[in-house]
Design a protein around this ligand. Structure first.
Ligand code: GLY
Length: 590
């Protein structure tokens, strides 16, 4: 059943007849909603870049059955929930940026705080954040949005039947899949974190390299969702099982589930370097951060002139830009349904020019002098301040991203998450899926850092029904109205700084897509002070490290800087690229 000839990176997958194909094509004769239009193909092939081979295989089956990019994206989401349980999910949430029939869309299916959540729920009686309380166990979980998000996207834009796009995931859950070494090693780390605290081991102790891992409870849950749609998850037996799991352990109620809605929002859009950047709006900070970085870098063109990529001067200039972006992020960003985020002002070219003009090519700015740049006193935002969060980088990564382009030129860029790998560590008994620990993305206390070392303000304080601030930035670039790049990555606060670097490598330094993705990446986020995070992949070491330190920076190692899944489209050719840092694969379907 396993398609074993998918190539890593920009290879072409060859078709293999298998049991899953039979399952999928069994539905193929049934009334595709948009098939009437049948526009002529705009591209020579469809392309996919995704975090594992099983989801690529699912996407191939859906595309060959006549599905479009949205059908493939939904099939991937459900498959990753089975075969990539560290981050793929139905117990979390995410963002989808779409370009369909020449128009941009954005779907927010981020988790929401339960109605019983309170602003100070993670503080002890001395007002201090209780370590781990927002990261492990049922109280760290927000109301999941993934199933509603996939339902909304597929219902609005899909061509195939809902059941058809869930079929591959159900087959993997009931028949099993072969466990990869990386998955076992991530499971081992999670075991150390969750042992004795959650029911994680009872479900995932069988995730051993080379073993076939079957999930009958999850297969039954997915079958119910396939039969009855999203309503089953939010008001049916699955909702009962979630509410039961929460009893005495967490806050999510049946009312919370029944009230959950995904929201179609206006994407953040900006013209840059001849491209239209279409990316995530609040409650993501990522789209605004990405546009701020791209525009400030353009404003600093004279300072960057002749500066090689990843040279000490390049790292310094980018870090200075990042300082200002993260100062704004901490102050102004939160759920737009609760707080009026000044989006237009934050990406206004004149504002960004002013911020860029403060940057010296030769000297590091004093951290405490870098303040948020807008005057929004009328909005009554309470400052998060520049807290001391030295050494706060987590060792674990999280989240997953995939990109899809179909032969009609439609594109989906989807990032979704249960936050830390394996989320809260809580599996819903009887339903077989993990719940997220997304509540950690709120500012548990203004000025105190979360798992990613980033601070927040009132804009991102906990409130019932609110969505926590995210950095997820599923992004699409178009040129002359046609898709040019589909890109995204996991990485928490590293997400948009990673995407920025790949876009600059590609269009600023004119690298090939694989070169642009494989380049060393670094990260700075205002706090900890003057600290550049670097990665073991293509490390910043030797002379380069000494030169960066000589400028006044501290270097801090991190285990991970993203897992980019990107597709570049040039003319009629779509070229996918999976980050060599992960176990992702690419696929071209002629
Ligand atoms: N949980 C990571 C993010 O949403 O950015």
């Amino acid at each position: 059943m396993i398609l074993d000839r998918l190539s890593r990176s920009s290879g072409v997958a060859r078709w293999c007849a298998c049991a899953l194909l039979a399952t999928v094509t069994a539905f193929a004769g049934t009334a595709p909603a948009l098939a009437k239009r049948a526009p002529a193909p705009a591209l020579d092939s469809a392309a996919v870049a995704v975090a594992d081979r099983y989801s690529a295989q699912a996407a191939e089956q859906i595309l060959r059955a006549g599905g479009n990019a949205v059908d493939a994206a939904v099939a991937i989401a459900f498959t990753l929930a089975v075969t990539y349980p560290e981050a793929g999910n139905i117990g979390g949430g995410g963002f989808m940026t779409l370009y369909v029939d020449g128009k941009p869309y954005f779907l927010d299916y981020r988790e929401r705080a339960p109605q019983a959540a309170t602003r100070e729920m993670y503080l002890d009686n001395k007002g201090k954040v209780v370590p781990g309380a927002s990261l492990i166990g049922g109280r760290s979980a927000g109301v999941p949005g993934t199933v509603m998000g996939m339902w909304e996207a597929q219902r609005r834009f899909g061509k195939l039947k809902w059941k058809q796009v869930l079929a591959p995931a159900i087959a993997y859950a009931s028949d099993g899949f072969e466990v990869d070494e990386q998955l076992q090693s991530r499971r081992d780390k999670a075991h150390a974190e969750f042992a004795g605290k959650t029911n994680f081991d009872a479900y995932f102790s069988g995730l051993n390299r080379g073993a076939t891992f079957r999930q009958p409870e999850l297969a039954a849950t997915l079958t119910r969702i396939a039969d009855d749609g999203a309503t089953e998850f939010y008001t049916g037996q699955t909702a009962d099982l979630i509410a039961e799991a929460m009893r005495g352990h967490g806050l999510i109620s049946k009312d919370d589930l029944a009230a959950y809605r995904a929201v179609w929002r206006e994407p953040v859009q900006a013209d840059w370097n001849g491209y239209r950047v279409i990316t995530a709006p609040p409650p993501s900070s990522g789209g605004i951060g990405l546009v701020q970085m791209l525009r400030m870098k353009s404003d600093l063109a004279p300072a960057f002139e002749g500066v090689p990529v990843n040279s000490p001067k390049y790292i310094h200039l980018v870090a200075e830009i990042e300082k200002r972006v993260f100062a704004d992020r901490a102050e102004y960003l939160g759920d737009p349904d609760f707080y009026k985020v000044p989006v237009a002002r934050l990406i206004d070219p004149a504002y960004l020019q002013k911020r860029a003009d403060e940057i010296s090519p030769d000297h590091i700015s004093v951290t405490k002098n870098i303040r948020p740049g807008l005057d929004v006193s009328a909005l009554g935002v309470q400052s998060g301040g520049n807290a001391d969060v030295a050494g706060s980088m987590p060792e674990k990564a999280e989240t997953t991203h995939y990109s899809v382009v179909d032969k009609w030129g439609n594109a989906v860029s989807n990032t979704y998450t249960i936050n830390g790998y394996f989320g809260s560590g809580v599996v819903v008994p009887g339903a077989g899926f993990l719940l997220n620990d997304e509540m950690d993305d709120f500012a548990a206390k203004p000025g105190v850092a979360n798992m990613f070392g980033v601070v927040g303000s009132d804009a991102n304080a906990i409130a019932p029904g609110k969505r926590p601030l995210s950095s997820m930035s599923p992004t699409i670039l178009t040129r002359d109205g046609k898709v040019a790049l589909v890109i995204g990555t996991p990485g928490g606060s590293r997400i948009f700084t990673s995407i920025f670097q790949v876009i600059e490598n590609l269009y600023g330094f004119h690298m090939s897509l694989d070169g642009a993705v494989a380049q060393m990446r670094f990260h700075h986020q205002l706090l900890p002070e003057n600290t550049i995070f670097w990665e073991p992949y293509a490390p910043l070491d030797g002379d380069l490290a000494k030169q960066v330190e000589a400028l006044g920076y501290k270097l801090q190692a991190q285990s991970f800087n993203g897992d980019i899944q990107a597709i570049q489209v040039e003319g009629r050719t779509a070229t996918p690229m999976a980050d060599p840092r992960g176990r992702g694969v690419t696929l071209i379907v002629k």
